[in-house]
Design a protein around this ligand. Structure first.
Ligand code: NAD
Length: 485
């Protein structure tokens, strides 16, 4: 068992050998076969232990994630990781007993007095591959769904957050055996071997490009997948929106975790006449939120040099192709680069050939595209890959409803950013290139369960009349079924 050292630091964990993963899965499956439908009491006790241990080591998680990022604002880790996890566990504990019940469903007249039932059943072992941007939440929230549904789980966190991965392995090892929950640490070689395992279900959260590779690997074993992917999430600002009221919401949604959020507003669509006022207002708001970006404990660094360079390249490419670039604040550029910090950067005069308008940005750069009418905005969105999230700001309910019916995205928040993601009562997932399947709350329970259809035949059934040899009685039976169906 790996332990925390007396100084509170995590003892170094060796990366998991890719070749060992199959043995761990076998052990988990064998343990599941011995206890394939754990009682609510046993699931609840696991969820409570998970809640307690995440709470107990919150300060260690804050530190580990911050070290992995270069710096991560502590409040962001509390709000976007710990609180989300605790909310999800609380919801699961309150509702899972109801979700576990056998569901009585209607039976068509011609099949009565037989009865239909849906029987939720644990699947077995759930594989979870998680990204670096919210490395605790995106490993643990799928785990909550997996445990609530009565499964065991193996987790592969991102190689970009090695400290968090080691800590997660240590902390989960305190309350779970390897046969219950196993955390695989290591690089892409481990992730590749992990995605090739014959899990009973695989949840992958990450980029669309790696999602494609993972889905192919899972397909070799016909492993069903929930793919939680990324993309360019649009924000449509209607003429009826009050700029002063919406700017803090968009600035906050864009700058949380320095824009390294899958559902961050990627770009804005709005009428040309208001672009200047909006740009100035959001830059001013960013300066109010973060008077200095360098050295400011409230602001998060970009995860790695390669990602920092990618963001600088997006700005340079846009500028070269004629964009106007405005940066919040007056921080020293060298200091910003040293800390891998990027202030809010508003990009206007954009054109479709700019990389910033083609790739998911995943950083605090905000391009703005002129769009005069709602129809123009909807056309722009429809012509592109279906996004993970979509935001609309305005006060015209007819237009709001048109957005909801005529755009397809994983989820939507109206008059705010990202709030739909932390609602436990609605599904969270993408559509098309932004993902498939969903989880959170009951939707996670169903994704990680086999919802088995069961028909209970009655001893009074007339179905026997359909057996050969076919006679006059059979014809009468068929006529009756035609009338009833
Ligand atoms: P990524 O796709 O690079 O990596 C995700 C995970 O895949 C990591 O654990 C990594 O180890 C693993 N991986 C990498 N190469 C692999 C391979 N060849 N085979 C199997 N596994 C492999 O994503 P990232 O950079 O960690 O995260 C950022 C992306 O994730 C963004 O696109 C973002 O939008 C998306 N994201 C989506 C959600 C969501 O809920 N939909 C949430 C957070 C992030």
């Amino acid at each position: 068992m790996v332990r925390l050292n007396p100084d509170g630091k995590v003892a170094k964990i060796k990366s998991t050998k890719p070749g060992d993963l199959g043995e761990i899965l076998k052990a988990q499956k064998a343990a599941f076969d011995q206890d394939s439908n754990p009682s609510w009491g046993s699931r609840k006790s696991k969820l409570l232990k998970l809640s307690a241990v995440i709470k107990e080591y919150e300060a260690n998680f804050i530190q580990a994630i911050s070290e992995d990022f270069g710096h991560r604002a502590a409040v962001e880790t509390v709000v976007a990781e710990s609180l989300v996890i605790q909310g999800s566990i609380k919801h699961a504990i309150k509702h899972t007993p109801k979700w576990m019940r056998v569901r009585k469903v209607p039976t068509a007249l011609q099949f009565k007095p037989g009865k239909n039932r849906i029987v939720p059943q644990p699947l077995g072992v759930i594989g979870i591959i998680s990204p670096w941007n919210y490395p605790l939440q995106l490993a643990v929230v799928p785990l909550i769904g997996a445990i609530g549904a009565g499964n065991r789980a193996m987790i592969k966190p991102s190689e970009y957050t090695p400290k968090l991965s080691e800590l997660l392995k240590t902390v989960l090892g305190k309350v779970f055996t390897d046969e219950e929950v196993f955390v695989a640490t290591g690089g892409v070689d481990v992730a590749q071997a992990f995605s090739a395992l014959p899990f009973d279900h695989l949840v992958f959260t990450g980029s669309t490009s790696v999602g494609r590779i993972v889905a192919k690997a899972a397909a070799d074993n016909l492993v069903p997948c929930t793919l939680e992917l990324g993309g360019k999430s649009p924000t449509i600002i209607d003429d009826s929106a009050d700029i002063d009221a919406i700017v803090p919401k968009i600035a906050n949604g864009k700058l949380l975790n320095a824009g390294q959020t899958c559902v961050a507003p990627d770009y804005v669509l709005m009428p040309e006449s208001r672009i200047n006022a909006f740009s100035e207002a959001i830059l001013k708001k960013a300066e109010e939120f973060y008077p200095k970006v360098a050295g400011n404990d409230d602001y998060t660094s970009i995860i790695a040099d390669s990602h920092y360079t990618r963001l600088q390249d997006l700005i340079e490419d846009a500028e070269k192709k004629g964009a106007t670039v405005r940066v919040a604040g007056d921080d020293d550029k060298q200091q910003l680069a040293k800390e891998r910090r990027v202030p809010l950067t508003v990009v206007t005069d954009t054109t479709p050939d700019m990389r910033i308008m083609q790739e998911e940005i995943f950083g605090p750069l905000l391009p703005i595209v002129p769009s005069e009418t709602l129809d123009d905005s909807l056309k722009y969105v429809q012509e592109r890959e279906r996004p993970l999230a979509l935001y609309w700001f305005g006060n015209d309910n007819k237009k709001r409803d048109k957005v909801l019916t005529q755009s397809i995205s994983g989820g939507v928040s109206i008059n705010d950013v990202a709030w739909h993601v932390i609602q436990e009562d609605i599904p969270f997932g993408g559509v098309g290139p932004s993902g498939m399947g969903a989880y959170h709350g009951e939707h996670g329970f169903e994704s990680f369960s086999h919802m088995k259809g069961v028909f209970l035949q009655s001893k009074f059934s007339q179905g026997g009349a359909l057996h050969p040899p076919y006679t006059e009685k059979t014809s009468k039976m068929i006529n009756l079924m035609r009338k009833l169906s």
